[in-house]
Ligand binder design. Structure first.
Ligand SMILES: [Zn+2]
Length: 456
């Protein structure tokens, strides 16, 4: 799961989709008997995939991040399992720019000296420029009191009279970080500091964000309180950022069953993890469920009416790059032939909350058909005695399909909302996975996959 870099694109897609949802959707698919398939998907087999990915991480610097040997070994593992089950696999190669910073420091020299800590008090935005700047701070159209509804930096006119060569202090809100920085640089700012908006509890502390493309000057984020402090006239800051942008080349893996290609059911999970840990709940759990469903589909000789495409995405954590690449390279006919996408991301959380993507919820703005996926998953879990919650988060690979107007749904058991205390950390290991919940989620995914595969 990642920060929502593509928020703007998603909003546009949303507007279009709302119109679609109001039309009557197709009747829900006929239920199928998925017991044989579910019985074949054992907790032991799922655990074996988790343990294998754990071993991969343990023997590759503790992680399976995109662009690393750990990721490549994960790909080899999944590919070997699929080919062993009789699938012809296809690797899809893609490249992207990954920003990073190697060093950053920030201090105040006036009105009094102070030193600040990176990743606690401030952090460079993704694609921040590199450089060292010591200069006076110029506050730009800040709204520090009242409801703090701000358009700071969103208009070029905000910089009328802006003293060139100073550091622009702008406030988060209303327009993109990149727009604010573009206006500041055009006005002669040597660096940009963006304070959090401060208009609600979740927008007070330090935040991460991206500019989406390389900036010419250092750009850092800070908390609302520190930003307010630095808005004091005469404040002088000393800022240094060493940043890099690496070109990462990685691969996703897909494998198809037989069946009609003009109604392809895509079932996927991202295979990469973050650099901080082995990424077993995020997202070895989703990989294990999709992989074992594929293996047992073949082992049982299931003859699907509709083609099923099992997909293992690369570089989800860096920005959904694998699934975005997959959708982007679909031509119009292939896009129309994609009936739906089923996503599994984090389905074995230690303190799990079983959830289904709420695409059918009125106002969700998800493409028509998403409701049918929600219904099938919800009905299955309810029949197992588990009443799932719903979630409409878009920070995983299903967003790539939703943004293309393709119906989607999925399963989730919780992340940094208390359900997974090891989210994006070194302790996200095989031992912390709730294997019973993973088993149930895998069954739900298998049941839905078979249901949509057999629906004419
Ligand atoms: Zn994830």
């Amino acid at each position: 799961m990642v920060i929502a870099a593509a928020a703007v694109a998603a909003c546009v897609a949303m507007v279009i989709a709302v119109v679609v949802v109001s039309r009557p959707t197709s009747p829900p698919p006929r239920p199928v008997d998925s017991r044989q398939l579910r019985d074949a998907i054992t907790t032991e087999a799922l655990a074996a995939h988790l343990d294998a990915l754990q071993r991969v991480a343990d023997t590759h610097d503790g992680n399976r991040a995109a662009g690393t040997a750990g990721y490549d070994a994960s790909l080899d593992y999944v590919e070997a399992r699929l080919q062993g089950a009789g699938y012809r696999t296809e690797r899809q190669r893609f490249s992207y720019q990954r920003p990073d910073f190697t060093r950053a420091s920030l201090g105040r020299t006036a009105p009094s000296a102070a030193a600040y800590t990176v990743l606690r008090d401030f952090r460079p935005l993704d694609f921040s420029g590199a450089g060292s700047v010591t200069a006076v701070v110029t506050a730009v159209d800040l709204a520090l009191d009242g409801d703090r509804a701000t358009t700071s930096g969103c208009e070029a006119s905000d910089f009328t009279g802006f003293p060139r060569g100073t550091i622009a202090l702008v406030q988060r809100g209303t327009c993109s970080f990149a727009q604010k920085v573009d206006h500041a640089v055009a006005a002669g700012a040597r660096a940009v500091v963006i304070l959090n908006q401060g208009n609600e509890q979740g927008r007070l502390g330090l935040f991460a964000g991206t500019l989406g493309r390389q900036a010419d000057v250092p750009v850092v984020a800070t908390t609302f309180d520190l930003g307010r402090e630095w808005s004091t006239p005469g404040t002088t800051l000393e800022l240094a950022v060493e940043s890099t942008v690496a070109t990462i080349t990685s691969e996703s893996l897909i494998a198809d069953t037989g069946g009609a290609p003009d109604h392809t059911v895509v079932v996927g999970a991202h295979l990469d993890g973050v650099a901080e840990g082995p990424g077993i709940n995020d997202n070895g759990s989703g990989v294990a469920a999709v992989l074992e469903t594929a293996v047992q589909f073949a082992a049982l000789g299931v003859q699907p009416h509709n083609r099923v495409r099992f997909a293992f995405w690369g570089a989800e954590e860096d920005g959904l790059y694998g699934s975005r690449h997959y959708v982007a390279q679909l031509d119009e006919a292939a896009r129309r032939s994609t009936a739906l996408y089923l996503n599994l991301d984090m389905v074995g959380s230690p303190k799990p909350v079983a959830s289904v993507y709420g695409g059918g919820n009125l106002g969700s703005g998800w493409p028509s058909g998403s409701g049918a996926v929600q219904t099938v998953l919800t009905d299955f879990l309810t029949a197992q005695g588990v009443t799932p919650g719903t979630t409409t988060f878009r920070s995983s690979d299903h967003a790539s399909f939703l943004d293309a107007g393709i119906a989607a749904g999925g399963l989730f058991t919780g992340a940094d909302d208390g359900a997974d205390p090891c989210y994006h950390q070194a302790c996200d290991r095989a031992a912390t996975i709730d294997r019973e919940m993973l088993g149930l989620m895998a069954d739900a995914a298998a049941d839905a996959t078979l249901t949509f595969a057999q629906t004419p």
